[in-house]
Design a protein around this ligand. Sequence first.
Ligand code: SF4
Length: 379
Amino acid sequence: METVDSLYVHAPFCSRRCYYCDFAVKVGSSSDSDLWSRAIAGELQAIHEEQVFRISSSLKTLYVGGGTPSLLSDDSMVKLAGIVGIERLRRKDLEWTCEANPESFDKDKASAWIRAGVNRISLGLQTFQGPSLRWMGRLHGVKQSHEAVKIAREVGFSNVSVDVIIGLPPSLKRDLRKDFEELLSLEVDHVSLYGLTVENGTPLGRAVLEGKQDIIPDSQYREEYLFAVDWLESHGYRSYEISNFAQPGKKSKHNANYWSGKPYLGLGNGAHSYLYPIRRWNIRNWDGYCKKALEHSLPLENQENIDNEEHRLEYLWLGLRTKTGLRVGDFTVGVQERFASWTRDGLAVERDGNICLTPKGWLIMDHLTLELEEQLTDT
Ligand code: SF4
């Protein structure tokens, strides 16, 4: 039976909710690290008893995301290693990532994480412009972003990733070029690019509905995305997926696992798991999740079985979002003609027998995926 060697653990705590955020977070001035550890351990026990998702004896990736994992107490990662099983974390090439926000990432925490075995940091920096950070509701300033990268390096992290946001409202007058120049000075190993999305139910979503907040026009978003890709690529970062850029050897193995359609297990409130044909997700609310997990019951919100059609759509969508693309020879002549039309329009290139979207193509990836799916359904 197939085992899972990629594990995601959700740490939901945030000091306050950012203006645009609709993630599964628990807002409060402090995090209950002990409760978190016990809940994760309880869920894991239920998973072991169920025997559907079997965790490999040797994990390839462990990713602690949030929320704000850096709000957890310093010893939380050592405890997590014990819960997951130290013997499962012995692989030499294990990638263990922890997300952190600059305001809650200090030297003690960074050192404790290194000692626990964390070897990759993902910092939520977003922008280097004070007014934009304040508008987003972030709690850190520009100086703290620099400090966080410095701390990560000083304690010995050789794999540092940062999140950068694009698509902020024009009224903020964010200078994107200046942001990217500053980003370059940090000499990080990996950059994840996020487009601001307006979600219903967030303060931003409400403000937009009420006409109190401007949003970026499509043409400007397009310009920002193409600028960012071009800038990063011309400064040594290889784009390997629609929104991820890495120095040589520093691609995220955890995310690559998602994109290749391999199984993964998610622990924590709102976390998703996948083991074909099963896809399921946990209770989003932290208190509801905890209640179940502490009873050692599966804290599931829902589960579905993916049918063939959905599986194919997902395969296309995941393939097109990566630089590797899709194998041309796997498709009919009719579909190959469509690939050729994408190439003529500058939306894709053919490389080593694969069709790979260009940044221009990535901007309309959902549309291209559906176009492809429709053609496959018709043939
Ligand atoms: S720090 Fe991240 S997870 Fe927390 S509220 Fe802000 S955007 Fe959401």
